[in-house]
Design a protein around this ligand. Structure first.
Ligand code: AMP
Length: 273
């Protein structure tokens, strides 16, 4: 597997693909790879001739006081997993490659990035669209594979790509869950066994909300009695504009704060009623 550790190596790799008329699917990740990330890569390998995952812990999508410093870093294990999948190359850019003028926000997410996640992490989507804009510009993918787990991020990215990169297809991949339904996340390593037992209630309560079996108010009550310490949101929204009109998805962000550190979990489910 090739390791594209700077812009020159990336440029050469992408130039070779162009010369051979091969299509490429980009898979953005921040590393600490799990089966959710691997599902995106497997889909990317089906979709395009070449699948190129990248691992880059993007500083501009973390606010001061968030978990940038603690974020799990498992590069060797990540590379083993990619080699097991027979991925042709992995892109491992440096911050200098991505932010030659210093890590600053250069693109804004706009209206879609304001509600839900945007209300609680106002910097987040601007950081996401800034890094993705740069990554798309450098690697010129035909497809970009992204998880439905981060549903608002997927929609914000589709919106940004439609504006600046209409030639790129942004493809959503269904959420991969563990045997108890917990959506896989690199941050799940923060959970102690007691918190894990609480964390698995999130998907069960969201499912009841998405099936119309309980109201939003009841879902809040159930999350708190399951043991979650704080709820940022747990609500049904329209997946196109995230208003409450004609809701298509139940989405939630919740906190577990009593363990080793504070852990924020997000999840969503399609409404089935
Ligand atoms: P991250 O490394 O957390 O930034 O995630 C990189 C990509 O993997 C994003 O497009 C996420 O939505 C996707 N992803 C993360 N967890 C899952 C999961 N459990 N199932 C499917 N995709 C996921």
């Amino acid at each position: 597997m090739k390791k594209l550790i700077n812009n020159n190596l990336l440029k050469k790799f992408c130039g070779d693909l162009d010369d051979k008329n091969l299509t490429m699917a980009l898979v953005p990740t921040m590393g600490a790879l799990h089966e959710g990330h691997l599902a995106l890569i497997k889909e990317g390998m089906k979709q395009a001739d070449i699948c190129l995952p990248y691992i880059y812990l993007n500083p501009t999508q973390f606010a001061a006081g968030e978990d940038l410093d603690q974020y799990p870093k498992t590069l060797e294990a990540d590379i083993d997993k990619l080699e097991d999948l027979n991925v042709a190359a992995v892109w491992l850019p440096s911050t200098h490659d991505i932010y030659p003028n210093g890590s600053q926000i250069t693109h804004k997410a706009g209206a879609l990035g304001k509600p839900l996640e945007g209300e609680y992490r106002p910097h987040f989507f601007d950081g996401v669209v800034t890094v993705l804009h740069r990554m798309f510009e450098l690697s010129k993918p035909d497809y970009v594979m992204m998880g439905e787990k981060d549903f608002q991020q997927l929609q914000v990215t589709k919106h940004m790509a439609a504006q600046y990169f209409p030639e790129i297809d942004i493809i959503g991949v269904p959420t991969i869950r563990d045997k108890n339904g917990l959506a896989l996340s690199s941050r799940n390593v923060y959970l102690n066994p007691e918190e894990y037992e609480i964390a698995i209630c999130l998907n069960q309560i969201l499912k009841e909300l998405a099936q119309g079996a309980i109201t939003e108010k009841k879902a809040h009550q159930k999350l708190l009695s399951a043991g979650f310490d704080k709820i940022d949101y747990c609500t049904c929204r329209n997946g196109n504009d995230f208003t409450a009109q004609n809701p298509t998805h139940a989405l939630a962000a919740v906190w577990l704060e009593k363990g080793l550190g504070k852990t924020r979990l997000i999840d969503n489910m399609q409404i089935t009623t």
